[in-house]
Design a protein around this ligand. Structure first.
Ligand code: PMP
Length: 307
């Protein structure tokens, strides 16, 4: 896939033409995975483009850096301004945004040295809901893979660390090479954790379940959105550990994520799930109404790009 390029990338305080946003081959993060990232979406609304839950994404970026133990050189207010400036400069009505903060050039070895160079970039491009697009909306086929989710005491999954994505890459590649759309990962102690870049949900007898963060699942912002929307729709929600067999026997299974949106699951390890049941349909509709500003109850989740 070639990335659909845009005009500008925000890099260390300035807008830089897309082809010029480059780093040195001895950038620390390239060698040691010492970076943190965020994926955020801009949606078209009737009053212009709006970033969905921008403050929560920027908060999580700062939290990720805190967990790894390096400071971000910009505060949330500065990154908020920079994000909106970039979207305006690129003229995007909707796009995917990627923030990354990383240890730059000048150090080698695994230590986070006080005063090490930290680079920050924000890029935006057109990116469809990738799993939905790949499966034509028919529901995704998941396979439990042998790779376990990062252990919280080895590589904290609560931090969106670039290094942590090797876990997702191994899992996703293994599932796709076996003929599936995405991987289901289990925690080291065998509970359901999450997919390669998406949280997982199951519905049993009208109750919505999702695994806790202690399973290694990211506290996804779309996951939080789903839990809020479900509660507002009167669907009871429970955050608790699940076994893979709980997914096999669920009435409905779906995944959520910024890049993915909300995608129904068609099968897990070849056990077919009822396609597009009513809870996933209702939550998807509520999500679309929230992100596009149609449901004004969730207007506080939107930051207008023209602000
Ligand atoms: N899990 C992982 C490992 C992810 O990378 C993502 C994408 N950020 C998610 C879950 C979904 O999180 P969110 O809804 O915040 O995009």
């Amino acid at each position: 896939m070639a990335l659909p390029e845009a005009d500008w990338i925000w890099m260390d305080g300035a807008l830089v033409p897309w082809p010029d946003a480059k780093v040195h081959v001895l950038t620390h993060a390239l060698h040691y995975g010492t970076g943190v990232l965020e994926g955020t979406r801009v949606f078209a609304t009737s009053t212009g483009p709006a970033v969905f839950r921008l403050d929560e994404h920027l908060r999580r970026l700062a939290d990720s850096a805190t967990i790894l133990g390096f400071p971000l050189p910009y505060d949330t207010a500065a990154l908020r301004t920079a994000t909106l400036e970039l979207v305006r400069a690129n003229g995007h009505f909707e796009c995917y945004l990627r923030h990354v903060a990383y240890i730059g050039y000048g150090d080698m070895g695994p230590l986070f040295r006080e005063g090490a160079d930290v680079g920050v970039t924000i890029a935006g491009w057109q990116w469809a809901d990738h799993l939905g697009a790949e499966t034509g909306g028919q529901g995704i086929r998941l396979a439990t893979v042998s790779w376990r989710r990062n252990d919280p005491n080895a590589l904290p999954p609560a931090a969106k660390a670039t290094a942590g994505y090797l876990n997702s890459t191994l899992a996703k590649t293994s599932a796709v090479r076996a003929g599936y759309d995405d991987a289901l990962m289990l925690s080291a102690d065998g509970f359901v954790s999450e997919c390669s870049v998406a949280n997982i949900f199951a519905v049993h007898d009208g109750i919505l379940y999702t695994p806790p963060a202690s399973s290694g699942a990211l506290r996804g912002i779309t996951r939080d959105t789903v839990l809020t929307l479900a509660a507002d729709l009167g669907v009871p929600v429970r955050v608790e550990n699940m076994l893979r067999s709980d997914l096999y026997t669920a009435d409905e299974v779906f995944v959520s994520g910024t890049a993915t949106g909300i995608a129904p699951v068609a099968s897990i390890d070849d056990r077919v799930v009822r396609p597009g049941g009513s809870v996933v349909r209702e939550i998807r509709a509520a999500y679309t109404a929230a992100v596009t500003g149609v449901d004004e109850r969730y207007a506080h989740w939107l930051t207008r790009v023209s602000e």
